[in-house]
Design a binder for this molecule. Sequence first.
Ligand code: MG
Length: 395
Amino acid sequence: MTAIAIIVAGGRGSRARAIGPTPKQYAMLSGRPVLAYALQRFTEHPGIARVQVVIHPDDKALYEAAIAATAGAAAKLLAPVTGGDTRQISVRNGLEAIAHLSPGHVMIHDAARPFLDAGIIDRVLAALDTHAGAIAAQPLADTLKRSGGDGRTIAATIDRAGLWRAQTPQGFRYGDIREAHVRAAAQGRADFTDDAAIAEWAGLPVALVEGSERNFKITTAEDLVMAERILGERTETRIGTGFDVHRFTSGDHIWLCGVRIPHTHALEGHSDADVGLHALTDALLGAIGDGDIGQHFPPSDSRWKGAASHQFLADAADRVAARGGRIVNVDVTLLCEAPRVSPHRDAMRARIAAILGIAIERVGVKATTTEGLGFTGRREGMAAMASASVSLQVD
Ligand code: MG
């Protein structure tokens, strides 16, 4: 049955110790807005058909930035709808917005919980086979105290047996939860803090499924620091390599690592034949396991005839960014007898750094002859090899 995810991102976070002027769901977490993490989870999950985000009307630019930082989100993403003054109203707006899609199930999630995992989504979806609703929750580990009238002294210890902390996602049969929301609003009930409470009020049976300690809600600056630490533990470095060859033909200049260099010959190719940028583009694509330059920019496509190759490299950098990756360093080796590369080395490094948006000290360019051996030695063409390292978040 089709499930649509509603991500609630309309809040303003007026709580004490809030995180600066940016709403917490858009605070930067390891270089990406917090919302991007949950968005990625839902769009990647095969059980989720579409994703509806509910935003504050003032946050359109922040929302667009979060979308840009989420690889592959566009395919499942519905146009955002705006929320209301309370979470309850925002969820209801999200529910109304997807009515025309007649979803079987809906999963409602707080944008400020970036660390939900696919297993939680699986468990909530599975429980909906037998229940009208199901929520991720964790059994309470701390002993609970109730304070007395002064708010400072213990008046009682609460038995924690059977007590759970409610998380999101919270999944429901769409028709049931929508009707419950409509009825609650009609009866002037505006005090529900989660959707399970509305379901409970409406008499719907709601299952508890295992959430996770990591699936916490970012509310304070301290929470954001903890989230950064968790991501730091989940970072790994990926390496990619690339190799390319182009043949010399008649002409008076070549393009090499984005720099135009006068030469006795030109390089032949469908694009500008920049052998250095082609090898480097493949190295970046290799580091993120995203095919190769020929797949993304096929020579059979007339759009790329004579194209300047910086576009290919910029596209690879965008693909890295869309996965939340960071380019650590790149290195290019050019193989040729001529032209001499060293006079142009720093211009090439600067050009590559500018295209990739990284510092020049992260870019290496060097050249070698092949001692007169092989096709490069016979000056029939040039070759280039490249490597790239990318820092990526992993599960
Ligand atoms: Mg090439």
